[in-house]
Each structure stands twice: as C-alpha cells, then as structure tokens.
Design a protein around this ligand. Sequence first.
Ligand SMILES: [Zn+2]
Length: 445
Amino acid sequence: MQKLIAMAALLLTLAAGWARAEVRVTDVRSTTENGTTRLVLELSEAVQYRKFHLTGPNRLVVDLSATSTGLPATLFALSSAQVRGVRAARRGDGVRLVFDLAGDFPSKAFTLAGDGAAPNRLVLDIAGNPAVESKAAPVVAKAAAPAVQPQVSVPARDIVIMIDPGHGGKDPGALAKGGIREKDVVLAIARKLKAEFDRLPGFQGKLTRSGDSFIALGKRTQLARAADADFFVSLHADSFPKDRSVYGGGVYALSLRGATSETARWLAKRENAVDLSHGVDLGDVDDDLRKVLLNMSVDSAIRISKQAGAKVINEMSGVARMHRRRLEQANFVVLRSPDIPSLLVELGFLSNAQDVKRLTNPADQDKVAAAIRRGIVSYFESSPPANTVVDQKKRAKPDAYVVVRGDTLSAIAKKNGTTLAAIRRANGLSSNAIRIGQKLDIPRS
Ligand SMILES: [Zn+2]
C-alpha cells in the first residue's frame, strides 16, 4: 500500500512538472569578442524573459519565466571584465539571474529558436568598458555610422575599502589589564587605516563604526555592500589569559569548509559568539539552493581574500610580531559576505604585556595600519577592478622594459631610475631571476 501511495505521489509530481512545461537551462557558454561578453544560455524550450539594469551596485537582472532553478554550474563560474559574479534565485514560477557588473555596462538580449541542429537559446551581450573602448576605437564620422550606439564614458571610481573595527558599544571584546578594551584599540587602529587609504589617490577608506557603538555582525557586511565596497577588513585583538606568553598577530580569510587550524577554529567560535543570528541574505531562495549559491559566489571572493591576505601577512611581518605567518581560514560570521573579498586581522594578544604595549602605542599603531594598507593596496594594484582610477592608471602605464642578454634586475632598476625592490614589487617577482625577452613593468617613481 505504501509503495502504491509513493508511486501515485511520484506520478502526480511528474504530471505537475509536465503541466508546467518547465524550461531547463541545459548549458551556458560565454565568449568575449571586441570587449563584449556574450553569454549563450541553451534551453530545453523557448523561454519568456525580461531583463533590466539596477544601479548602486550595477547589476543586470534577467527573469526567466517557468524555468527550473536547476542551473548549470558553468553559469556561476562565469567571470569576465564586465561580470564579477552571478547569482540566481527562485522568482515566481521561474528563476531570476543577477549578474553583478563591474561598471555601468549596457546589455542586449535576444532569443534564437531551436532548429533541430541547435537548441533554443537566450543570448546576452554585455558591452565592454565604454571609456576604454572609445579611446581605442578608430575615429569614425558620426553620420557615417548611425547604427553605432553613442558611447558614454564611465568616470573612474575609487576602490572602496570597508574597515570594520570589531565589537563596540555593549560588546567590549577582549579585555587587558588596566582597563584596556579590544573595542577601543581596534577603533584607534581602524581610524588610522582609513586615513592611510584616504591619503592615496584611487582609494577610499570607510568605517563600519566611527565611534563606540554596537553593530551586529551581519549588519557589518550589509554596510560594506551598501557602500559598494571592494574589500572588507575586520580588525580584532585576541586574548588568551590561560597562557600570557602567547603573542602576535594573525590574518584570516573565510572558509566554508572548516578552519585550517585549531587557532582559527577557536577564534571563529569566539568572534562569532556575540551574534550568531545574522547570516547572509540571499533573498527568496530555498535552503539547498541557498547553500549551493553561497558556496559558488563566495568562491571567487575567497580566492581574492587569500591573495590579498598573503600580502597583508607579508607586510605585517615586517613591522609586528606574528602569531602565525601563514594565512589561516575559518568560518567567521563577519566574513560571510557572498560577494566582497574579506579579511579578519587579529592585531595581537591583549593578554600579552608586550603586545598590549605595541597595540596602544600610537607610533606602533601607525606602523601596523600602514602595513595592512600596503598589503591590500599591493593586491589591488596588481588586480584592479574595472573602471577604477587604479585600473586606468595601470592601463595607461606605458613604461615597460624587455629584458635583453646580459641584463640583471638591479642594472635594469638603475638604468630606469628605480630600485630593485620597487621593480620586484611591480612585477610580483619572488626572486631576482629574469629571462631574455621577459617584459617588465617599470614603476614610476
Ligand atoms: Zn574581536
């Protein structure tokens, strides 16, 4: 009897599925030509769709009617100069695709009917960087090319770094002898870090709190998203009263697959304890899909976080004692932002007398703020987001040198009026080894 009921239920489900004639996205391909990203969605049937753009941040939204949420993984792996990431959510009887764009890029969409040889398709064209293209395009008399869309140049924007001083208000964080509180120490250093970024052209520092106020963990990433931040860095200080000899800083990136070390696990538990109710809001998505989407959209953010994190550790090691010299990963609530690369920096141990001295001394605070800034800036200078001042500066940079026989890196540096260290930094070289024909960026002093 039970078997029969199960069978009947299965048949009903199948019938319901059939009646709705749900469209399935069977494959997604993407190509880039002349700076335009073309996305081709292959479909099981013809689809009804609508598309529109949203700004602040820039998004292209495509609603597919009566379409299954079972989407190919390749869709979420998509990234191009225009597309930073792809998200999807159930919308009515269909699915909403949201393409997070790196700028105000216009798009076109059209469908192609299946013809036996090829399936039904929905084609999305996302135009390239208008500012860069118009510069490179040959001069054409406007009257001769009436079909060409007028190109609007997008003003270059600053890279926004959201700095998050941990704790605050009713939550003092870790405590040290003499009434020193984590929330005050991290706020002082966060303010200095903001000033570090604000001094640099092309960067802008923002704070989740500028005073002693309580902000829930989930709210902190919301603030970052609302500010359209390119990067999120949360500042904390540890405490380990059981062993006051434990000292030094550490840098952590988000991991969804568990912590990389016992320390990271312990820290995540402690920093998360204050507020566990705030997670990521992905909108109207069912739980299983939510998990999949979260994992996929977070993947690229984690990749960037890890690259930037390694640079921050490197810089911090030069000015401060480090507890761990390796980037650690842990599941911090405050880092659980699906689309913004994030780091959590533990500046030192408030249970250690020497660390307390260093963390409260203004000159040492300056040094550590500058080191964190250098680490983050060096990441963004090597991989700037599209349409930023830093990106345009990098593109405009004409100074390149091609290595010839007999060259050494130090001789090239001298010849070009720069230093060995600067040339290595500009080219991401880990040693002085070069090869004939290699192209080197010559940093402008
Ligand atoms: Zn903390």
